[in-house]
Design a protein. Structure first.
Lengths: 110, 116
């Protein structure tokens, strides 16, 4: 699986948008970008995924650059409950394995 | 939908004993289940992948005789930590996947194992 690079930590003010970047410069054509988050001492929670196009769901938006070498997860209105470690994962459907990197610790501040 | 449960949520055991952790997909059939281990302040590390009715595939460095995985049905997988030692103390998390066309993995809440 291609590797990803994320900043180790970020802060965001409550109510503001949280933009979490991810670099995946070695991504191949059939690999998806997945985002999960893990709130302390809980199992990871699926957020969103995409291949080429930008995606949006009730939780977040995913912006993937045209060359697919990087992406940004956007939480439009961060709340205190969004404080978690966010993992960007490049996933090949044929491999069916998720390889978790170190992630980004997002802290939403009141 | 797509809920995965784990039992127990916490377990404390004495060194040398065996501990069984259950992972259940409550509202879907899981063709594949995954077991992860997470040490404090570290990321999740995949231990093994199991498909219903077949032997689990273990990651390099994971002892298959120590971490016994059984995936007897499409809704249940179990992980048994045999002859547990203090270094096995960790957060064990399972996940389940619905099938080839569904790439999302749905994670259980995790099991905190403490070996005294």
């Amino acid at each position: 699986d291609a590797k990803t690079t994320q900043p180790p930590s970020m802060d965001c003010a409550e109510g503001r948008a949280a933009n979490l970047p991810c670099n995946h410069s070695t991504i191949s054509g059939n690999e998806y970008v997945y985002w999960y988050r893990q709130i302390h001492s809980q199992g990871p929670q699926y957020i969103i995924h995409g291949l080429k196009n930008n995606e949006t769901n009730e939780m977040a938006s995913l912006i993937i650059t045209e060359d697919r070498k990087s992406s940004t997860l956007i939480l439009p209105h961060a709340t205190l409950r969004d404080t978690a470690v966010y993992y960007c994962i490049v996933f090949s459907g044929s491999a069916r394995q998720l390889t978790f990197g170190s992630g980004t610790q997002l802290t939403v501040l009141p | 939908g797509a809920v995965v449960s784990q039992h127990p949520s916490r377990v404390i055991c004495k060194s040398g004993t065996s501990v069984k952790i259950e992972c259940r997909s409550l509202d879907f059939q899981a063709t594949t289940m995954f077991w992860y281990r997470q040490f404090p302040k570290q990321s999740l590390m995949l231990m093994a992948t199991s498909n219903e009715g077949s032997k689990a595939t273990y990651e390099q460095g994971v002892e298959k005789d120590k971490f016994l995985i059984n995936h007897a049905s499409l809704t249940l997988s179990t992980l048994t930590v045999t002859s547990a030692h203090p270094e096995d103390s960790s957060f064990y998390i399972c996940s389940a996947s619905r099938g080839a066309e569904y790439n999302e993995q749905f994670f259980g809440p995790g099991t905190r194992l403490t070996v005294l």
